[in-house]
Design a protein around this ligand. Structure first.
Ligand code: MTE
Length: 301
């Protein structure tokens, strides 16, 4: 996201779906009851474009943005082992009738994860197709009963420079923060992800729990969440704080609204050579455009 020359994207092999399904069968057969209970298999939500192949496991878990572990794409995989994901709690508070500090295992038990295959389009113009395991954020928010004052939802990542060495450098104001309007947060496409490729979420992808909002640029999908706060006012967000003219609160994928320093018309799918057209709302327009009816998307970028 900072000024880095576009790195060469490895033309690594694309994971063939059959290979993935074999892998899932293997996981089901071998990993035992614990993982099965954690990740019940449910029907997947397939992306619209039929030609899409899943991005390889190696790219999904080896080409990351997680500045708490370094700013290079291969830093998080190398460095994120210092993150301790147990014990872990997520406080859900603010404009709610039943604020609560949840233990992560309580969340996993109460909200079974299902597979959701989503496109992830990074603001840096690369993209992936990822088989997440997760559940709709709305089910967790309903549990704490938002008040009538709740209009927005703020998300906060763990702040611990000992576990997250990148936080010792002032590349961003720490902890990483993100936000959504309440109706965006309640949308069924918005998930809290707890795994990918049928496995527990690797640390570099935001373990033990991260947000995924598939119609917005990837930076909205905040990782390793410890707090979710419902608010009346629009909450501050990290990238908007450092570069407000480049990163807005909404951050909807939009090929017609260029980033001030580059075009957003096209994207490079990891594992592919040719660039492809970027679609409005990352291809999810039929499901989400009603959220922005009457809004000037160039102004609310
Ligand atoms: N969350 C935190 N806490 N820190 C980060 O640096 N990077 C964001 C987002 N979530 C980031 C974060 C960006 S810019 C992107 S593109 C996605 O995570 C990348 O998710 P992935 O590495 O799982 O593909």
């Amino acid at each position: 996201m900072l000024i880095r020359s576009a790195p060469d994207i490895r033309s690594s092999e694309i994971t063939d779906e059959s290979l993935y399904w074999n892998r899932r069968k293997f996981i089901g057969a071998s990993a035992g009851a614990a993982l099965a209970a954690l990740m019940p298999v449910a029907p997947s939500v397939r992306p619209k474009r039929q030609d899409e192949k899943l991005t390889s496991y190696d790219d999904v878990t080896g080409y990351n943005n997680f500045y708490e572990f370094g700013v290079a794409k291969d830093d998080p995989k190398r460095n994120a082992h210092t993150l301790r994901t147990r014990p872990w709690t997520v406080a859900v508070e603010g404009e709610v009738h039943k604020p609560k500090v949840f233990d992560i295992d309580e969340i996993l038990k109460k909200h079974p994860s299902e597979e959701r295959v989503y496109r992830l389009r990074c603001v840096e113009a690369w993209s992936m197709v990822i088989p997440w395991m997760g559940f709709s954020l709305s089910s967790l928010l309903k549990e704490v009963e938002p008040t009538s004052q709740a209009k927005y939802v703020q998300f906060v990542t763990l702040h611990d420079p000992e576990q997250m060495p990148g936080q010792r450098r002032a590349v961003l104001p720490w902890p990483y923060m993100e936000g959504l309007r309440l109706d965006e947060a309640m949308h069924p496409l918005t998930i809290l992800a707890t795994g990918l490729y049928g496995e527990v979420l690797p640390n570099q992808n935001g373990a033990p729990i991260r947000l995924v909002v598939p119609w917005k640029y990837g930076f909205k999908s905040i990782k390793s969440i410890v707090m979710i706060r419902l608010t009346e006012q629009e909450p501050p967000t990290s990238w908007n704080q450092v570069l407000p003219h480049e990163y807005g609160f909404y951050a909807n994928v939009n090929p017609d609204v260029d980033h001030p320093r580059w075009s957003q018309k096209r994207e490079r799918r990891l594992g592919r050579f040719r660039k492809q057209e970027t679609l409005l709302f990352n291809g999810y327009a039929d499901q989400v455009s009603h959220l922005y009816a009457g809004m000037d998307l160039a102004r609310y970028y």
